[in-house]
Design a protein around this ligand. Sequence first.
Ligand code: ADP
Length: 552
Amino acid sequence: MKVQHVPGSDLFEHVRERLRSIGPRRRPARVEREPGAAVEVEEPAPDLVRLLCAVSRWCGALACLIGYHGLLGWAFDIDLLRTVDVGLPPIQGHGALAAFLTGGALFLVQLPTPALPKGSRRPLLAVAGGVTTLLALLGILVALGGGEPGPPIMTSVSALAFLIVGVALLVLAAFKDRAAPQILGLASGAIAIQAVATYAYGAVPFPGQMPLYAAVAVLLVSVSLVFIRADEGFMAKIASNSFGGVMARRLLPATLLVPFVLGGLLLVGLRAGLYPLEPGLALLSVFTIVVFVAVVWWSVNSLYRMDTQRRQAERELKETAARLSRSNADLEQFAYVTSHDLKEPLRAISGSVQVLQSRLGEKIGPDAEEYIRHTVDGANRMQTLIDDLLTYSRLTTREAPLRPTSCEEVLAEVLANLEVPIRESKAVVTHDPLPTVPGDPTQLLQVFQNLVSNGIKYRSERTPKIHVGVEDRGSEWRFSVRDNGIGIAPQYADRIFKIFQRLHTRKDYPGTGIGLAVCKKVVERHGGKIWVESEPEEGSTFFFTIPKAPAE
Ligand code: ADP
């Protein structure tokens, strides 16, 4: 099938080009075909998401390596593989296994499909999460029973942290929800940071504290959990280029690192006897304030710049919109006046030629008669085009306020108007009970009439069957006009609603290509949407929505 344009005068060519050129320039980020749910949101920055996912992958791999290291230490009884310093508690066998499994699973599930067989991601996460949860529960039970954890059993804090990690992996395997694993990752990360800080500050670990290797492994697995789906959950906001995202990316690392590092420095100074505790604390407060003021100032500057740019873009957009709408209004006025003024001379041409024909009677030969027929035919087509164009431009130049309109009555009038084509084509037109909607009766009549008459016009070999349906969609009515005609190839589904776009030659099916453009304009004026679902040879269903409460 080929898209055809109705050959028209230069004026129509010009008007068509102008109408096209003032169409919307950019589609919003997310547009849904069905009306209602189109929402524009600040998408996460793709480069940042990729980076965070890579961090997640490699944190998983490192945690797996630490677990492997610990397992080797237990297998060959080598202390240095189980702990950094022989004086510190070693990673327990169960802890090492849990780190190996969870880290390994988080690394493997992020590999692309050929490297990891399809369908194995969920089982992998479920097994690693399940085993880790069981090992952690065992550790907790032993701790609650007051028993000393034996060599393989996790200490109580390790058990708590790995329990959270195990559950997070199970949630990741079973549910689509990405926020829950991220929140669980934050919780296990907080426990790990506390343990790492204990060792970093050289404090004596309390009984049940996580061994250093276990703490580092849990920290890595937690980071992996938080970043694994950096484009979803709360990470989507942090990874976006919105004001909130930029602010979070500046402030969160500072909030996490500054107290940790400054606390360590304070301790080093105290231990070296550089200052007593009180002035040391005062120094810590001053440094903390200075660092945070610097970070906040840095963020404020960036946000200020972004805000200024955004405001400027908004102002430019508003000016462009105002220019476009002025040009649109001028153009519609122009199209209306011109089409109106064209009708008169056209009628004169067609009338004069017909008078000429009747006056000359027998005297004109068959050739002249043929030319006269062509002239009258051309004039009639031009007349139809002008009428359709007038209808189209009248839609905005003569807008009546919306009022309760009975679609039953509108359809009855349409069926009366189409009595002749319905009778001639033996079409069967049925309909659901139709509601009363806030609308412009004259314009709604044009919509129903165009859709029903197209259903008859674009019929196939079968007897035309047209059904006008309606569905209550809560805040709006969704009307449908279904036919069993020749159908439309899906790639033309959007194009046919543009003015002058036709899929057939005038020889096959007469028409101007304005009817559906009129329908679209009317439906949009009522606050609704129009679209078609169709398969060639199967028939078409045109849908349009009319809100129950008109937009302000
Ligand atoms: P016209 O019917 O005057 O050509 P329309 O704007 O009503 O203009 O329709 C535009 C094009 O969409 C038509 O030329 C036709 O190719 C296609 N079309 C519209 N309705 C149907 C339908 N019910 N079945 C098949 N094709 C259709």
